[in-house]
Design a protein around this ligand. Structure first.
Ligand code: PLP
Length: 395
């Protein structure tokens, strides 16, 4: 593997400190490197591979679409985007959809839609956006502008203006940032990259009310916490709060690069021809993936599995937290959970990889548990056993 790793380090930009393994193929909950070593996967391509690797029905549907039609252009109609949009609308309660190639692009679109809505409403540009500290919304200039981690933003300034950051789970902080120009509040119902912090019910409901009272749009970034990951199709549904715009990606295509933003009818109609576009976004191949994911989620009742396995994982992680004093907190919901440590988690993750378990951090001190949504009890048990072994190496 070393040869490939050395070569890759010469030709790929050094934007990641990659783990020193070269992956070859996957099956279900497992990944295999090119030397044949097997890894139990609790990363799922960062909350992407909800169905695990090489899910037959998904692969068959895409092979068929590959031989039918991959791409046309959004200037024509085709059936897969229509089917995918109908399913996303049904699952989210939104009214209209725009498909993108990534999560970041979905966030870009949501920002533009909110600003256009404000422009139509007030007759002027300059709509301001309130985002949350420690949030993550993506790496492009717009999405980066509203990402609440200063170190990601600093070198790339000036970014887009009119952005204010409020403290997550602090309603008074959101309130203090509202002014006459505020057009939208954006937040993740459960912060993912920032360290697995769920919004409190009081906060999320309070933000909805603040937005209603002040005629401000509420955008939920469901890119990581959506698509069934927390036990409801979208995380906001478990809070009983409805946004005006949602962004979605990661699990939406289960491996095919696709994202979406969706909005209520009134908000979506702020966009007119020419306001937004994409060459690839929502092409027949990508949207066939989306459609198939929704079909499989429904036919296998995947949400039920997320709820049952989420509780079981929660139980196991609580046990570990009680046993090891270096674990200082356990947060999250469904199959989006995290353990916070008093020490950096890098070495624990490296030990796990040696032992055949893939894990990922969320910041320096948090380990994220985001397995494919098809995870079974035996996988959670195996993970716990290996993980315990790794913890014993560092305490
Ligand atoms: C991953 C992520 C993004 C960015 O999505 P990409 O597909 O990497 O562009 C945006 N928001 C949240 C909450 C994410 O987890």
């Amino acid at each position: 593997m070393k040869q490939y790793i050395d070569e890759a380090e010469k030709v790929l930009m050094h934007t990641y400190n990659r783990y020193k393994i070269v992956l070859d193929h996957g099956k279900g909950m497992y990944l295999y490197d090119i030397e044949g070593k097997k890894y139990l996967d609790f990363v799922a391509g960062i909350a992407v591979f909800a169905l695990g690797y090489n899910y037959e029905q998904y692969n068959e549907a895409l092979k068929k679409q590959l031989d039918t039609l991959i791409h046309t252009s959004n200037i024509f109609y085709s059936i897969p985007p229509l089917e995918a949009a109908k399913k996303l609308i049904k699952a989210s309660g939104m009214d209209r959809v725009f498909f993108t190639n990534s999560g970041t692009e979905a966030v870009e679109g949501a920002i533009k839609l909110a600003r256009k809505y404000y422009y139509n409403k007030t007759g002027k540009a300059g709509g301001e956006i309130i985002s949350m500290e420690h949030s993550f919304h993506g790496r492009s200039m717009g999405a980066l502008s509203i990402t609440g981690t200063k170190k990601y933003r600093e070198a790339f300034e000036p970014l887009i203006g009119g952005v204010r950051f409020a403290e997550f789970n602090d309603l008074s902080s959101v309130k203090a940032n509202i002014n006459d120009n505020t057009c939208a509040v954006i937040m993740e119902p459960i912060q993912g990259e920032g360290g697995i912090y769920p919004a409190t019910e009081e906060f999320i409901k309070g933000v909805r009310k603040l937005c209603d009272d002040n005629d401000i749009l509420l955008i939920f970034d469901e890119i990581q916490c959506g698509m069934g990951r927390t036990g409801s199709m979208f995380a906001y549904q478990s809070y009983g709060v409805k946004p005006d715009i949602i962004t979605c990606a990661k699990g939406l295509g289960c491996g095919i690069p696709v994202g979406a933003f969706a909005a209520t009818e009134e908000v979506a109609m702020a966009f007119q021809p020419g306001d937004h576009g994409t060459t690839y976004g929502g092409n027949p191949f990508a949207t066939k993936a989306v459609s198939t994911v929704f079909d499989i989620f429904e036919s296998t009742n995947i949400l039920e599995n997320v709820n049952v396995m989420g509780q079981y994982l929660s139980l196991k992680l609580d046990e570990l937290k009680n046993k090891y004093s270096i674990i200082t907190d356990h947060r999250g919901k469904g199959l989006l959970q995290g353990l916070e440590f008093s020490i950096p988690v890098k070495d624990i993750i490296a030990h796990a990889m040696d032992e055949g378990l893939l894990l990922i951090s969320a910041g320096e001190h948090v380990i994220r548990f985001i397995p494919p949504l098809i995870v079974e009890k035996k996988h959670v048990d195996d993970m716990t056993e290996i993980f315990t072994k790794c913890l014993n190496k560092v305490v």
